[in-house]
Design a binder for this molecule. Structure first.
Ligand code: COA
Length: 334
């Protein structure tokens, strides 16, 4: 029997309706469209405004979109992983609630948090369950309500992040398609530069913390930027070298959407043409765990069976890496 590899066989997505444009942000903080566009490439982002709705709402919508498109019976899903940095609550996983709401009654579930690399690391985990031969249908959802962590008076963070969700289905493949190789790394000494500190076990929320806005995300933008540029480019080069691929062999770069300048730098490092670089940061900003599956969703109709996709991400922790995956279907015939 040929080796089982883990292929993506369906994609779904959801973004909230409300559009927070650069022009609206100009009325909220001291910023302007020209600065945001030239420094980040972002023009607008989606925000989940409705009271009481959190990350599971986004995850359920994206998963349901995938189920409808694929015609999948949710009872056949074995595992649901929700990659997220903004779970609904601290205990009781967002994945369990998501699975129940989509009718995945035979699945086990868990959340996975590696900040902006959550979905990338989730791909690795999902693939292992398939490659083991024990599971046939693994649903990986990347979902984040980043607006729940953002101080809309802080211009250094509120211009960057948005809300959204994307989902992919991993299934066994015996044609050698799907996940080929991965290079994943973490460095905890980077956590001081990007974090949402308070509310965790080491840093309880107190009235004094709330007074200072300590419940919100904080980043030292330039340090994060430099580390993201170096590590995303470096892991992309490593995964190409390890698999003896040149830029001509790469059909698509699927890079985390945090800043257009970081994505451009990664593409330049491997001398990749712009048309092979998936880009939707202008529409959604940085949706953390949702950026990679949202890219797949937006470009799905252009993907061909056998295409070589290189995924790359960098995020808080620090966590980063690259994955090489061969696309498994032509969307029109799937
Ligand atoms: N509007 C206008 N001016 C702004 C601004 C905004 N929204 N935010 C910062 N500025 C100002 C700064 O105050 C600073 O002014 P000064 O020179 O008078 O002191 C100037 O712009 C440059 O600030 P700097 O922080 O050096 O900007 P930058 O070019 O590094 O861009 C980020 C800031 C946040 C866009 C950029 O650092 C970044 O993208 N970092 C990585 C973010 C990221 O990837 N985060 C998620 C992890 S995956």
């Amino acid at each position: 029997m040929s080796k089982i590899s883990a292929a993506i066989t369906a994609v779904g997505a959801y973004v909230p309706e409300y559009v927070l444009t650069n022009q609206i942000l100009e009325t909220m903080v001291d910023t302007n469209d020209e600065w945001i566009t030239s420094r980040t490439g972002i023009k607008e982002r989606r925000i989940l405004k409705e009271e009481g709705k959190g990350t599971s709402y986004l995850a359920i919508k994206a998963a349901q979109n995938l189920i409808d498109k694929k015609g999948l019976d949710p009872k056949n899903i074995d595992l649901v992983i929700v990659a997220t940095a903004t779970p609904d609550m601290k205990a009781a996983s967002t994945a369990a609630f998501t699975a129940s709401n989509i009718g995945a009654v035979n699945a086990f579930t868990f959340d996975l948090d590696a900040a902006c690399s959550s979905f990338l690391f989730g791909m690795s985990v999902a693939a292992k369950y398939i490659e083991s031969g024990s599971y046939k249908n693994v649903l990986l959802v990347g979902a984040d309500k980043m607006s729940s962590l953002i101080n809309y008076k802080d211009r250094t963070t509120c211009i960057i992040f948005g809300d959204g969700a994307g989902a992919v289905l991993f299934q066994p493949n015996e044609e050698g398609l799907g996940l080929q190789d991965e290079y994943l790394r973490s460095d905890g000494s980077g956590r001081e530069f990007l974090q949402a500190t308070y509310g965790g076990s080491s840093f309880p929320i107190t009235p004094e913390v709330l007074e200072k806005g300590g419940q919100y995300a904080f980043q030292e933008g330039q340090t994060v930027f430099k580390n993201a540029v170096f590590n995303m480019a470096d892991s992309t080069v490593k995964i190409l070298e390890r698999n003896r691929l040149t830029n001509n062999d790469v059909d698509w770069l699927v890079a985390h959407q945090a800043n257009k300048r970081i994505i451009d730098a990664t593409a330049r490092r491997i001398d990749l043409e712009d048309k092979k670089v998936m880009m939707n940061i202008h529409k959604y900003g940085n949706t953390t765990s949702a950026t990679l599956p949202l890219l797949l969703h937006d470009y799905e109709s252009q993907l061909q069976k056998g295409d070589n996709l290189i995924f790359a991400a960098f995020g808080g922790g620090f966590n980063w890496g690259a994955i090489y995956l061969k696309w498994a279907y032509n969307s029109l015939t799937n």
